[in-house]
Ligand binder design. Structure first.
Ligand SMILES: [Zn+2]
Length: 498
């Protein structure tokens, strides 16, 4: 249980984070933003998800209160805004009945479907941020943990804003949260501008107006090679962290700081440099929680990931650095990404376990001991050169192809009636989805795949929702289908995040 004193039982707090933002919707994700469109999950679906989350070993269900919900119209509490609040109130009650906590995280500066980066230095922007914050804090006042994170997207470095602006704002938002929801634990995120780089500091876009469109168009015009949205440097992190640590005593004693080993979504030290010295210092003052964004799964191409060794090694390295109280693991495909999320739950409980054993254990539990070999074979899915791709081994097309054929054999023979995990959707649906992927991966790794047809097939199976809803400000859905169709097409496939 959360207590007012510092508690450093390793990873006692384990959060399962679903990102259902408008740019990451797909068949295996929840649509809570667009009524009368596909993939809407009623509360009963969340109830089943929560049973699975708990069985995997997590203690908390987490979601992003996405920018689509953080806009002036939300204050009227009608239509989709009201429906969202009502669903999440139900989900929170259900979670509590099941013994789970609930957290929402929010980047206060990012407003609306078009992702406007509001500036706390502009009085009408600041007023809107505070109003919206109070509005949601009041409606969702049963939430256990409220995350305030700098921005991704969001954050501000216009008009002289820097990390101290964010710290001031976070203190103000903490007060508002506690007025509306006195039991809430505040979780302060360290990812993004101004701590580690996001927004127009990636490149200097002249006269940027704070709009996402203006930012991305400006970057295209500058056309700087290697210029991407995460450009934090160790020097920058040092200045920001030094000021943050000085002011940390101003936050509630039971606050949590979300920080990993290097301000990186990959949970390593690739973006803001080595964060271990800050992590240790912060752990002396407040509880710390790690976070992954792309360890279990990245963005863009959805498929059955196999990232188990890295999931376990992240946790071991974190505990070697500092007494971590919590961890957070992300998915954008909660109805598909069962293996990695099961592994993430188990890794937080015992990071010293053998990941290969956990992989086999999972398939034994789901399909029976005679199909435990799937645990080894599924590594063949880890061939998509996207975000968070750090393969343990390289597969030739032929080796991977052979593995897919064996996976198909197992899955065709598997009986799900004795599944020992409360999977959502049903184990049978999960088996069918895995078979779909195995068959199509076998085609992609075979001779002369019809990539145009596969691209359409992937779109229809995975991303069809975008035929019914407005495209997100981040318009990568079509790129996702193209990339999927080009798996095994060549070895120089770009691993860019954008
Ligand atoms: Zn600003």
């Amino acid at each position: 249980m959360w207590k007012d004193k510092l508690c450093h039982k390793n990873f006692a707090y384990r959060s399962y984070y679903v990102n259902f933002s408008s740019h990451l919707l797909n068949t295996w994700n929840a649509n809570l933003l667009f009524p009368n469109s596909p993939n809407i999950w009623p509360s009963q679906d969340f109830s089943r998800l929560l049973d699975m989350v708990k069985a995997f070993g997590f203690t908390c269900f987490e979601y992003w209160l996405v920018p689509d919900l953080f806009e002036p119209e939300a204050l009227e509490n009608k239509g989709k805004f009201r429906a969202f609040a009502s669903t999440m109130q139900d989900v929170t009650n259900l979670a509590h009945k099941k013994g789970l906590q609930v957290k929402y995280a929010l980047a206060p500066n990012c407003i609306g479907h078009d992702w406007y980066f509001a500036c706390p230095g502009i009085s009408k922007d600041k007023e809107l941020i505070l109003k919206l914050w109070r509005h949601w804090a009041k409606l969702l006042n049963q939430t256990d943990i409220v995350g305030i994170f700098p921005g991704d997207p969001g954050g501000c470095n216009r008009n002289g804003c820097d990390h101290n602006t964010f710290i001031d704002l976070t203190l103000e938002l903490t007060d508002i949260t506690l007025q509306e929801n006195p039991r809430a634990i505040i979780d302060i995120g360290t990812w993004g501008t101004p701590f580690s780089g996001w927004g127009n500091d990636m490149c200097d876009v002249q006269d940027w107006d704070g709009s996402w469109e203006g930012l991305t168009n400006g970057v295209k015009e500058i056309n700087v090679a290697g210029c991407h949205i995460w450009n934090g440097t160790p020097d920058r992190a040092k200045v920001a962290m030094s000021d943050f640590i000085k002011r940390l005593p101003e936050f509630p004693k039971n606050a949590v700081v979300g920080i990993n080993l290097g301000f990186s979504p990959d949970a390593d030290a690739t973006v803001g440099g080595d964060a271990r010295e800050y992590v240790r210092e912060i752990a002396r003052l407040r509880r710390i929680s790690s976070w992954d964004y792309s360890v279990c799964e990245g963005e863009l191409v959805v498929y059955p990931h196999w990232r188990l060794p890295r999931i376990f090694s992240r946790r071991r390295e974190e505990l070697a650095a500092a007494p971590y109280y919590g961890t957070m693991s992300y998915t954008m495909s909660p109805k598909l990404s069962h293996l990695c999320m099961y592994a993430a739950g188990q890794a937080a409980i015992n990071p010293d376990r053998d990941p290969d054993e956990v992989s086999s254990e999972f398939f034994g539990l789901v399909f029976g001991d005679e199909h435990k070999q799937l645990g080894e074979l599924f590594e063949a899915f880890e061939v998509v050169k996207g975000w968070g791709y750090y393969p343990r081994r390289n597969w030739s097309n032929q080796q991977a192809h052979n593995a897919y054929l064996k996976i198909i054999e197992h899955l065709e023979a598997a009986d799900t009636t004795s599944c020992k995990l409360p999977l959502f959707p049903s184990p049978e649906q999960y088996r069918k989805d895995l078979l779909w992927f195995a068959r199509i991966f076998s085609e992609l790794s075979g001779q002369n795949p019809d990539r145009d047809r596969i691209e359409k097939q992937y779109w229809n199976k995975t991303l069809e929702i975008y035929d019914h809803i407005p495209m997100s400000a981040d318009q990568r859905a079509h790129e996702s289908a193209q990339r999927f169709a080009n798996i095994f097409a060549n070895s120089s496939e770009c691993a860019s995040w954008l």
